[in-house]
Write a protein that binds this ligand. Structure first.
Ligand code: EPU
Length: 429
C-alpha cells in the first residue's frame, strides 16, 4: 500500500496536458460491444477505472489489443455470454453500462450490481424504467440484475430525475432496438454527447444529445469505427482549482473551454484570472481569494464532481461561502479530513458553510472517495508543512499520472510505500 506525501506551499506554474475523459471512456468502451467490427478508441485515460472496464471486455471474450497507453482496439464479435459476475463489477459504478450494452446486443444481460464511490444511495430505478419501456423484463435475482427481452422496441422514456447513468444505459439499449426511442429530461453532460458521437460514428442514428430530449432511431447493425475521446472536464477543473488555490499560473492544455464555463465563472467570482484559448485555459492568481456560493447542478451547472475541490479553494477565501450539494446525499465526507488541516466547515445535510481561513496546515488524512481525494491533494499543495494522504487507490481511479503532472508544475509530492506495521495497525486497529 502506498500514500502520497506532499510538502505544500509551492505555487503551481507551467503547463499541464489533460487526459481523455473518464466518464466518457467508461461508457464508450462497453458501447463497443454493440458493433460488428473493430473499434479503435483513442485518447483513453490510463486510470484504474478504465483498466477495469477493459479487463471486463477481455474476460467476456472480446479481442482487446492495446496499441499504446491511450489507444485500444476492441473486436467484440467473439463475446457470446452476456454475463458479468460480482468480482468484475464491485469496484466501479460504470460496470452497469454492460447491462445496456449487452441488452442492446444480445437482448439479454445478467450483470452484478455496480460498486463505485460511496456518495449516498445510488438507485438504478430510472435505468430499469428505461429498459422496461423498451420491452425488457427486469428482475433482481441472487444479487444479480437480470434483463431479458424478446425484441427491444423503441419507446418514449421520461426520466424522473436527470441521470447520467440512466441516459447512457437507455441510449445503449435503444440504439439497435426497432423504431424510435425518445429520452426526455435526459442528462446533457459532455460525455453523453461524446457517447452519442461515438455511436453515430458506428452508424447509429442519435439526435439531440446535449439537449434534454434525445431521439434514437434504432438501426439493425453498427460497424467498426475509429474514435477519439473528449478531454476530461473534471481533471481539467481539478488542475484549474489547484493552480488558483496555490496562487500559481498554469496553462491547462487539451481542453474544450466550453465544458469548463461553470468552473471558470466561479473561479472568476473568487478573484482568479481565467484566460480562454481555443483548446486551453490559463489560470493565474496574485490577489486574495473572495468568497462565493456554489450550488451543484446537472450540466451545464456547476458539476458535483468539482464540489470537494472548490471547497478547498473557498476554505482559503476571505469571508463565508455556502455550498449546496443537490445531486448526492453524501458528498461532504471529506470535510472531517479538511478540518484536520485547519479548514472551518460546518455541514448541515446537503449544505456546507465554509468560513475562510488564512492557511491550511499539513496533516495525515485519508481519501474517502475519488474527488474528495483530489480535494485533499489540492489542500496538501496549499498547506504549510507535510500532508500525508492514504487510500490513494480512490484517486488513481480517475487521475492519470497525477504525481508526474503535479511534479512538472513544481509541486513537492511523492508516493511513499507504507510500512507493514503501519498497515497492520490500520487494518487491525
Ligand atoms: N438517481 C436515481 N435513480 C436512478 C439514477 C440516478 O435516483 O436510476 C439519482 C442519483 O441517486 C443521484 C442523481 O440521480 O442523486 C444523479 O445520478 P446520476 O445517475 O446522474 O449519476 P451516475 O450516473 O451514477 C455519474 C458520474 C458521477 C457523477 C454523476 C453526476 C459516471 C461513471 N459517474 O454518476 O461521477 O457524480 O454522474 O454528474 O459517469 C466521479 O466521476 O467522481 C463521479 C462520481
Amino acid at each position: 500500500m502506498e500514500k502520497l506525501v506532499i510538502n505544500g506551499g509551492n505555487p503551481l506554474r507551467g503547463e499541464v496536458n489533460i487526459s481523455g475523459a473518464k466518464n466518457a471512456a467508461v461508457a464508450i468502451l462497453p458501447a463497443s460491444i454493440l458493433c460488428d467490427g473493430v473499434c479503435r478508441i483513442e485518447n483513453i485515460p490510463n486510470i484504474s477505472d478504465v483498466s477495469a472496464i477493459i479487463r471486463i471486455l477481455y474476460e467476456l471474450g472480446a479481442n482487446v489489443r492495446m496499441i499504446d497507453s491511450s489507444t485500444v482496439e476492441i473486436d467484440p464479435r467473439r463475446i457470446s455470454k452476456p454475463f458479468v459476475p460480482h468480482d468484475m463489477t464491485r469496484r466501479m459504478r460504470a460496470s452497469y453500462y454492460f447491462i445496456g450494452a449487452m441488452l442492446g446486443r444480445f437482448s439479454k444481460a445478467r450483470v452484478a450490481p455496480p460498486g463505485g464511490c460511496d456518495l449516498g444511495v445510488r438507485p438504478i430505478d430510472q435505468h430499469i424504467k428505461g429498459f422496461e419501456a423498451l420491452g425488457a423484463n427486469v428482475t433482481i435475482d441472487s444479487g444479480m440484475v437480470d434483463v431479458c427481452a424478446g425484441q427491444l422496441i423503441g419507446a418514449p422514456v421520461y426520466l424522473d430525475m436527470v441521470s447520467v447513468g440512466a441516459t447512457v444505459n437507455i441510449m445503449l439499449a435503444a440504439v439497435r432496438a426497432r423504431g424510435l426511442t425518445v429520452i426526455e429530461n435526459a442528462a446533457k453532460e459532455p460525455h453523453i454527447v461524446d457517447l452519442a458521437n461515438f455511436l453515430n460514428s458506428m452508424g447509429a442514428d442519435i439526435r439531440g444529445a446535449g439537449t434534454d430530449v434525445i431521439k434514437i432511431h434504432g438501426v439493425n447493425r453498427l460497424t467498426g469505427t475509429t474514435y477519439s475521446i473528449i478531454p476530461d472536464q473534471i481533471e481539467a477543473g481539478t488542475y484549474m482549482i489547484a493552480a488558483a488555490a496555490t496562487g500559481g499560473d498554469v496553462l491547462v492544455k487539451n481542453v474544450i473551454p466550453k465544458h469548463l464555463e461553470s468552473i471558470s465563472a466561479k473561479l472568476e467570482e473568487c478573484g482568479v484570472q481565467v484566460e480562454e484559448f481555443d483548446d486551453a485555459v490559463r489560470i493565474s492568481r496574485v490577489g486574495s481569494l473572495q468568497k462565493c456560493n456554489i450550488k451543484t447542478m446537472p450540466h451545464p451547472g456547476f458539476p458535483t464532481d468539482m464540489q470537494p475541490q472548490i471547497a478547498v479553494l473557498l476554505s482559503l477565501a476571505e469571508g463565508t461561502s455556502i455550498i449546496s450539494e443537490s445531486i448526492w446525499d453524501n458528498r461532504f465526507r471529506y470535510v472531517d479530513q479538511l478540518t484536520h488541516m485547519g479548514a472551518q466547515i460546518q455541514v448541515d445535510g446537503k449544505v456546507a458553510v465554509v468560513d475562510g481561513v488564512c492557511e491550511l496546515t499539513g496533516a495525515p488524512v485519508c481519501a474517502p472517495d475519488l474527488r474528495a481525494g483530489a480535494a485533499l491533494v489540492i489542500a496538501g499543495l496549499t498547506a504549510k508543512g507535510i500532508t500525508e494522504i492514504e487510500e490513494i487507490h480512490h484517486i488513481e481511479r480517475g487521475y492519470e499520472q497525477l504525481l508526474e503532472k503535479l511534479t512538472a508544475l513544481g509541486a513537492n509530492i511523492h508516493r511513499v510505500k507504507m510500512l507493514p506495521q503501519i498497515i497492520d495497525k490500520a487494518v487491525n486497529g
